[in-house]
Design a protein around this ligand. Sequence first.
Ligand SMILES: *[C@@H]1O[C@H](CO)[C@@H](O)[C@H](O)[C@H]1NC(C)=O
Ligand SMILES: *[C@@H]1O[C@H](CO)[C@@H](O)[C@H](O)[C@H]1NC(C)=O
Length: 362
Amino acid sequence: MIVKRQAIKLIFGAGALMLVGQLLMLRLLRPPVPFRLEPVSQFVNVTAAIPLPIILLDRAVLTQLSDMCPFCNLQHPVAFASLYKHIHEVQSLQSVLDASGFKSTILLNTLPVEPAAPKVVRDVPTGFLIAKDGVVIHLVLLHERADSYWWFGAVQSDFGIKQKLLDFGLPGHAPTLDIMIDEGAVDRFKGVLVEVQGLNLMVPSSINLYLEQRSSDHFIECSHSRAAAFFDEFGDDDSSEALKFKHKAWKLLTTAKQVLDQLNIPFWLSSGTCLGYYRQCDLITYSKDVDLGIMASDYSTNLIPEFQKRGFKLKHVFGRINDSFEISFVYDDLKLDLFFFYREGNSIWNGGTQAKSGLKFK
Ligand SMILES: *[C@@H]1O[C@H](CO)[C@@H](O)[C@H](O)[C@H]1NC(C)=O
Ligand SMILES: *[C@@H]1O[C@H](CO)[C@@H](O)[C@H](O)[C@H]1NC(C)=O
């Protein structure tokens, strides 16, 4: 009896398994639903009528732009962007979309995105989710920062994000978005108008450059509250000497970045310059120099000549390429120290040599 019952269970179990298997097969065999372009076309037309300038930022589409059907296999909301400075037009966008049968929700970040008002934490519009007929559009609001780059927020900084994503049929836990998974930044770029599957769209004028920027776009906001606490305790040096130093150091940093970017060498703020960023979101005015770090393995023989071409004078070369290498340049009376770093197990290290004594430190 018991044996029989188990046998029935087994048969039933196998039947259920087969059914699951068949359903799975059906799912696999069913062709994926083709991406519907109509709502995107309508969205583009609505923005053009406002007018609100938008640009296509979706990497999946941009990488296939020369193919027949760049939108066809899209698996996530299609990412567009507009500039935050057009916020008034963006606000009218929502009512126009509403009238055209689109559903939309605003994404907010509760972060101080304006360094000038570091203590004010408020809801800052960072984007929209827009949907119609099963097609979801993710409109990112790019915030202009400093004078050379655009910042974008992270969806997870919106306290209500889980429900918003679910409302748009997207997984609430791990959002499948092309952008705004993390806070990020890209250098400003220009757009060009192209025709994609019958749509007239603005895309980044150099798609390769844009894609490259996106591959390392993670942005870490400086802690303005830590800086404010530091200045409260120690004061800020606003003497003309200090301001002159900052001005020169910015110019040096900007030029050094241009040289290193052009050589495709990743770099970071090192030593005192890094401390200044961390502690006070600024340059330490009494340090009188700028320190950058790069991996020794990224060294290129073009490095010194390229810096020299841009007006840097070579001052010292310490160590060897494979050990404690360091190059110092002088640019407009300021010293730039380039420290080379070495990987060793789970850590990286750099050397330093005291110019006067020749003493080496690791
Ligand atoms: C958008 O505008 C273009 C050009 O005016 C037109 O051909 C197209 O049909 C419009 N798309 C929608 C969905 O209305
Ligand atoms: C660096 O290279 C030199 C010569 O090629 C070699 O003698 C020395 O041991 C190397 N030093 C390190 C730390 O690998």
